[in-house]
Design a protein. Structure first.
Length: 447
C-alpha cells in the first residue's frame, strides 16, 4: 500500500466512524443539525442569506431506508441509492447546502468589476485562484490583489472568516482546503466558498470528509464531463457527507492531525525507496549487460570456434549477395580489426591501417573480436508516409515507426501500410533504431 492509498484508507475509516471510539453519551448529530436549521432560518429572516428552496431533512424510516424531505414543498423521496455506507448511531447524513453557505464570484462580477493588480498598499486584498487551493492545503496568492473598496463592493465573495474552499473547474476540480482567515482574501473565478452557517460543524472534520474517497467519489459523480470538467454551486450543495456528534468531530480531527503527518513522512520515504529500487534495477540491468559483452556472464568454450571465423563467414555471405545483385559492391569494403604483437588494436580498411587502441573500451576473451557494426549488418533507412498511405487495420505490409511502435524496448501494435514498395528485405532478425527528439538513441530488437 502506497502513501496515497494509506491516507485514503485512514480518511475513509474516519468518516465511517471506525477511527475513534464511539461515545453513546455524546449529543447526537440530529440535535446539532436542528440547531443549524434554526440558525439558517434566523439568517433568512434577517435577510443575510436567501431562502433555500432546496433545503431538506434526511432521515431513516421505519423500513430502514433513507428518505429526504424537501421542506418548502413537503416532497419526500427515497435516497438509498445515494447512501454509500452505514454510519454509527448518533450520526446523520447531510447535504453540504443544508449546513453551509455555498457561493462564488459571479461571472458578470468578474467581467464588470474585477481589476486585479500586484499586491500593494492600494490593493491589499489577495485574490484566491484555483492554483491557491490544493487538496488539504491553502497557499495565499503573493502576486495578485484587489482594492479594499472593490472587495467591500462584492461582499458575497469576500473571505473574512474561516471557511472551506473548493475548486469547481479545471484539472484540480474538487480540491478542498480550509481558508485560515489570517487576513482578508477575496474569491477569484473557479473557486467556491463553503462557509459554515454556525459553529456546530467542525471545519477540520468537514474538510477531511470532502477529501476522503467517499467525498471525492461524490464530486466525480456530479461533475459535468465536458472538455473542461466543472461543478455548479447547486451540485456542490447536493454533496452528501456523514455528520458525527460535535465532540466526535473534534476527536476524529485531532486523531487525523496526529496520523496524517506520519503518513506523509511514510509517503516521502516510500518515494525515495522506490526511486532507489528503480535506480538499482537500471544499474543491475546495465551491469549484467556489461558482464555479458565482456564475456564474463557465461563460461568460454574453446570448441565453439572463434569470432574471426564467424566474421569470415559473414564476409563470404556478403560476397554471395553482391554476386546475386542483392547488395551493392561497396558493402564488401569491410574493415578488419586485430590485435598486434605490441598489444595495440589496429584497423585495416583496404591498404590503409591505423591504430584504434583509444576506441577500444575494454579487453575481451581471446576467441572474441572487435568489429565495426557495418561489418555484420545491412543498414537501411525508412521514410515517412502521409496518413492516407497507411492504416491501422493490419491491411498490407507492416509499417514500423519508432515513435509510435516502441517504448522501453517493447513493440506495440504496428501501424500497417497498404503501399507496395518496401524499404526492407526478408531478413530473419532486425535491430531497429530510432533517434529523433525524445526518442533519441533508442533501439529495439525484432524477429
Amino acid at each position: 500500500m502506497n502513501g496515497k492509498q494509506l491516507k485514503n484508507s485512514i480518511l475513509q475509516w474516519a468518516i465511517q466512524g471506525k477511527l475513534v471510539q464511539q461515545d453513546p453519551n455524546d449529543e447526537p448529530a440530529s440535535v446539532l443539525l436542528e440547531h443549524i436549521r434554526e440558525e439558517k432560518a434566523k439568517l433568512v429572516k434577517e435577510k443575510k442569506i436567501k431562502k433555500d428552496k432546496n433545503e431538506s431533512i434526511i432521515y431513516r424510516g421505519d423500513d430502514n431506508s433513507y428518505y429526504e424531505k424537501i421542506i418548502a414543498t413537503g416532497e419526500v423521496k427515497c435516497i438509498d441509492e445515494e447512501i454509500p455506507f452505514e454510519i454509527p448511531n448518533g450520526w446523520e447524513w447531510e447535504r453540504v447546502g443544508n449546513i453551509f453557505f455555498v457561493t462564488k464570484l459571479a461571472g458578470f462580477e468578474y467581467t464588470k468589476f474585477f481589476t486585479k493588480e500586484a499586491i500593494s498598499a492600494f490593493n491589499p486584498i489577495p485574490i484566491v485562484r484555483a492554483q491557491n487551493v490544493r487538496m488539504g492545503f491553502f497557499e495565499e496568492n503573493k502576486n495578485e490583489a484587489i482594492s479594499e473598496m472593490l472587495s467591500n463592493q462584492l461582499k458575497r465573495s469576500a473571505l473574512n472568516k474561516k471557511c472551506l474552499l473548493m475548486t469547481f473547474i479545471g484539472a484540480g476540480i474538487g480540491d478542498t482546503c480550509i481558508f485560515p482567515a489570517e487576513r482578508k482574501n477575496h474569491l477569484a473565478p473557479n473557486v467556491a466558498k463553503i462557509e459554515p452557517l454556525d459553529d456546530s460543524i467542525f471545519l477540520d472534520y468537514a474538510v477531511f470528509a470532502l477529501m476522503s474517497p467517499c467525498g471525492q467519489r461524490g464530486v466525480n459523480a456530479i461533475k459535468k464531463s465536458t472538455a473542461q470538467p466543472s461543478l455548479s454551486m447547486e451540485t456542490i450543495r447536493k454533496l452528501l457527507i456523514p455528520i458525527p456528534p460535535f465532540k466526535e468531530q473534534k476527536c476524529i480531527s485531532l486523531k487525523l492531525s496526529e496520523v496524517l503527518p506520519l503518513v506523509e513522512k511514510y509517503s516521502k520515504v516510500q518515494k525515495v525507496q522506490n526511486q532507489i529500487n528503480d535506480e538499482i534495477n537500471i544499474l543491475l540491468s546495465k551491469s549484467i549487460l556489461q558482464e555479458a559483452i565482456r564475456g564474463k556472464l557465461v563460461p568460454q568454450i574453446a570448441e565453439e570456434g572463434t569470432a574471426d571465423k564467424l566474421l569470415a563467414e559473414i564476409h563470404k555471405e556478403k560476397e554471395r549477395l553482391v554476386k546475386e545483385g542483392k547488395l551493392k559492391k561497396a558493402i564488401l569494403t569491410d574493415s578488419v580489426i586485430y590485435k598486434g604483437d605490441d598489444n595495440k588494436y589496429y584497423e585495416r580498411v583496404g591498404k590503409s591501417e591505423i591504430d584504434i587502441s583509444d576506441e577500444i573500451p575494454f579487453e575481451i576473451p581471446q576467441s572474441w573480436s572487435w568489429c565495426r557494426l557495418s561489418s555484420v549488418i545491412t543498414l537501411l533507412s525508412g521514410r515517412d508516409l502521409t496518413p492516407d498511405r497507411y492504416n491501422s487495420e493490419e491491411n498490407g505490409i507492416p509499417y514500423i515507426t519508432g515513435a509510435s511502435n516502441f517504448y522501453n524496448g517493447v513493440s506495440s501494435t504496428l501501424a500497417v501500410s497498404n503501399i507496395r514498395n518496401r524499404t526492407y528485405t526478408n531478413y530473419e532478425v532486425y535491430l531497429i533504431g530510432y533517434g529523433y527528439g525524445k526518442f533519441k538513441e533508442k533501439i529495439h530488437f525484432m524477429e
